[in-house]
Design a protein around this ligand. Structure first.
Ligand SMILES: NC(=O)C1=CN([C@@H]2O[C@H](COP(=O)(O)OP(=O)(O)OC[C@H]3O[C@@H](n4cnc5c(N)ncnc54)[C@H](O)[C@@H]3O)[C@@H](O)[C@H]2O)C=CC1
Ligand SMILES: O=C(O)[C@@H]1CCC=N1
Length: 267
């Protein structure tokens, strides 16, 4: 996810690559790879000069959050903002591990950041000032659309947009397979499926009709679409996708509950 955001930021030309410093726990090869690929800075954790950093974007696995917050905590300055992309980790959880009043902002991008097409949510923590929230929004907009939401909407946002690309990739796997089974070359089947999804998404974005109206426009009485939709309905297509969103949303909720806030002495 970190690479997808870096790629989007750099391609946007709104962020100078040298303004981005990437770091990880210990994988120097990976740091060098990112450094040369994107022209950004790469530093080992112990070489980071915290005083020169305004925004920290955390993108490790949720299970690692507490150890990371504890390790950066002694080095932080009050003006610095901690932005987290971690699924299921609340701002209050992060705040409880950080110095009093540290600015925290939770975001949820998706992997389409890689090509500047993310749908990214932003939920400010208790102490994040408006200017930092808008700065974060501008940064997130460098790789797609960004929406400021209430934090209690973050689980459903994750269910729709954070995990969502995977549902459509899964759909594409099935479409491609169906094309191949009917005799199309794999690449052609993939291209046709992708262009069809892209066109449908753009119609929703660029036209005023609702998805229902657009679907009805495709569906001639007793035609091919009606036959396809009947099969989709018979096999629970719509319900399956709604269930996927609900499943990811409840996993996000579950992950937040598993993380217990810790009371720590404040500076
Ligand atoms: N993959 C996705 O589509 C999305 C992922 N996320 C969130 O992004 C986070 C990362 O997910 P992935 O990129 O898929 O995982 P990943 O395993 O590919 O990347 C995690 C990175 O964190 C680094 N890391 C681990 N511990 C560290 C530490 N102590 N200090 C510095 N770096 C450390 C690892 O070296 C690795 O590069 C997760 O919290 C996930 O919830 C959020 C939105 C979408
Ligand atoms: O699967 C996950 O937990 C992460 C968060 C959203 C997308 N991928």
């Amino acid at each position: 996810m970190a690479e997808a955001m870096i790629s989007g930021m750099v391609q946007s030309n709104q962020v100078t690559p040298s303004q981005i410093i990437v770091s990880n726990r210990s994988n120097t090869n990976r740091l060098n790879e990112l450094k040369y690929k994107y022209g950004i800075q790469a530093k080992k954790r112990e070489d980071l000069d915290f005083a020169t950093i305004d925004l920290f974007i955390l993108a490790m696995k949720p299970k690692d959050i507490d150890s990371v917050l504890e390790s950066i905590r002694p080095h932080l300055y009050p003006h610095q903002t901690i932005i987290s992309v971690l699924a299921g980790i609340t701002t209050s959880h992060m705040e409880s591990h950080l110095p009093d009043k540290q600015q925290v902002i939770r975001v949820m991008p998706n992997t389409s950041s890689m090509i500047g097409e993310s749908a990214t949510a932003i939920a400010p923590g208790t102490h994040a000032p408006k200017d930092r929230v808008y700065l974060t929004k501008a940064l997130m907009e460098s790789f797609g659309e960004a929406y400021i939401i209430d934090e209690d909407q973050m689980d459903i946002f994750t269910g729709i947009a954070g995990s969502g690309p995977a549902y459509f990739y899964n759909l594409m796997e099935h479409i491609e397979q169906a094309g191949i089974e009917a005799g199309l070359e794999g690449e052609l089947a993939r291209s046709i499926g992708a262009q069809t999804i892209l066109g449908a998404a753009k119609m929703i974005q660029e036209r005023s009709e609702s998805p229902t109206e657009l679907r009805e426009n495709v569906t001639s009485p007793n035609g091919t679409t009606a036959a396809g939709l009947e099969e989709l309905d018979h096999h629970g297509g719509g319900e399956a996708i709604a269930a996927a969103v609900k499943g990811a949303t409840s996993r996000s909720k579950e992950m937040s509950k598993q993380m217990k806030p810790t009371l720590v002495a404040t500076k």
